[in-house]
Design a protein around this ligand. Structure first.
Ligand SMILES: CCCCCCCCCCCCCCCCC(=O)SCCNC(=O)CCNC(=O)[C@H](O)C(C)(C)COP(=O)(O)OP(=O)(O)OC[C@H]1O[C@@H](n2cnc3c(N)ncnc32)[C@H](O)[C@@H]1OP(=O)(O)O
Ligand SMILES: CCCCCCCC/C=C\CCCCCCCC(=O)OC[C@@H](O)COP(=O)(O)O
Length: 329
């Protein structure tokens, strides 16, 4: 018996055909086992030496983790019903991810959020990885506003709904505006805070996209302050375009609050511009330090060529030119 296959090699020449077929079986099994051993080895080598494979493995793990955690936690969350308190479960489930990925989180200005009052948080949105930064600082009783598509992602949608996440249909402006106006009323009544990504979509460019106005209408209608939060650029450790995903540091900067007391809807465009400008300045400053760290490690990083040497203008990417200007101001 070899590896579970019954096999008797009989010296009798009359049985030689059965013996040779048995030999064939043995070879098949050996080959199969060899292949089964080689596959993980090849995957390991690919993971180690092929950046694209490495990237897809890490993204797949991220998605699997979220799906697994959502599936595991949804029944517990369901016991409580739809409640912002369930955000604590989601938070606890996402917090360990940074350790798996070797991503160091550095938070500046957390004391700003340490207040009893209600507020709206607005932040830039680079990738789904933002979830890891969000859970570092998300205060109690705070729910994100998310695109409606997430609601249909099976248990992930279910977990999100149970945690009180508010969904907007970005393709139906009237409906989205209604949801936001309703949120302005309920956040006061039910005492919760709201987190919005005013760019409205993921963006890994050198600068932030123009801001949608919903977050600012919400803060004005609810008469609550806005806390701008800026995630430093991920480009030294993550890029979906370049298929890059390594370890690194993410800095989260919480800017001082912007008051909305006494403002009305006519002030929203100016308010939006003020907040965006403050965030863009912070992002530009963080880009410079990110570029400096990067150029120390890899002097010819495509985003940063020339910055370390003070030759950003005209030689490096527009990103670095913009950053250099941002710092000198
Ligand atoms: C443990 C396991 C875990 C499992 C689960 C965990 C995983 C899932 C968790 C998810 C949580 C994380 C969430 C991350 C998700 C992030 C996203 O999904 S980003 C996408 C969704 N977010 C947004 O879209 C941002 C909010 N959008 C807006 O605020 C928009 O303004 C809009 C309301 C959708 C309208 O957009 P649009 O029409 O494209 O453009 P605007 O320029 O903003 O507005 C046009 C016009 O309308 C006026 N207006 C806008 N809002 C209002 C309002 N509330 N009241 C009155 N008027 C409004 C605006 O002023 C403009 O008019 P104007 O005359 O030009 O000024
Ligand atoms: C029965 C259906 C089963 C469906 C299975 C769904 C699988 C879902 C896989 C992984 C879940 C990870 C979800 C993380 C969500 C993170 C939030 C996020 O970053 O969303 C992007 C959104 O802000 C902007 O979207 P766009 O840039 O406009 O696009």
């Amino acid at each position: 018996m070899l590896l579970g296959i019954p096999c008797a090699i009989h010296p009798d020449p009359g049985l030689s055909s059965s013996a040779s077929s048995c030999w064939g079986n043995m070879m098949d099994v050996v080959l199969l086992h060899g292949l089964l051993l080689l596959l993980p080895l090849a995957a390991l080598l690919l993971y180690r030496y092929n950046a694209t494979f490495h990237y897809f493995c890490k993204v797949a793990f991220f998605n699997c983790w979220i799906i697994a955690m959502a599936t595991l936690l949804s029944p517990f969350a369901a016991l409580r019903g739809r409640s912002v308190e369930n955000m604590k479960l989601l938070r606890a489930a996402i917090l360990p991810l940074k350790h798996f990925y070797g991503i160091k989180m550095q938070v500046w200005g957390l004391e700003h959020l340490n207040t009893e009052e209600l507020y709206v948080i607005v932040s830039n949105h680079q990738a789904a990885l933002d979830l890891m930064g969000m859970v570092e600082i998300i205060p109690d009783r705070c729910v994100p506003i998310a695109k409606k598509e997430i609601l249909y992602m099976g248990t992930v949608g279910w977990a999100s709904w149970l945690s009180g996440i508010i969904f907007v249909d970005r393709y139906k402006r009237e409906d989205a505006i209604n949801v936001i106006s309703q949120t302005a009323r309920t956040m006061q009544r039910e005492k919760f805070r709201v987190w919005i990504f005013p760019e409205g979509t993921r963006n890994q460019d050198k600068s932030m996209l123009p801001f949608k106005r919903g977050a600012f209408h919400l803060a004005v209608q609810a008469q609550v302050p806005i806390f701008p939060v800026v995630f430093s650029p991920y480009w030294d450790f993550f890029s979906s375009k370049e298929k890059k995903f390594t370890s690194g540091t993410c800095t989260i900067q919480i800017l001082p609050k912007v008051e909305t007391q006494g403002l009305s809807s006519t002030d929203v465009p100016r308010l939006t511009d003020t907040v965006r400008q403050a965030m863009a300045d912070a992002f530009a400053e963080m880009s410079v330090s990110c570029c400096e760290d990067q150029s120390a490690e890899h002097p010819q990083h495509p985003h940063c060529a020339g910055v370390g040497a003070g030759a950003g203008r005209g030689t490096g990417s527009p990103q670095c030119e913009e950053n250099t200007t941002g710092t000198s101001n």
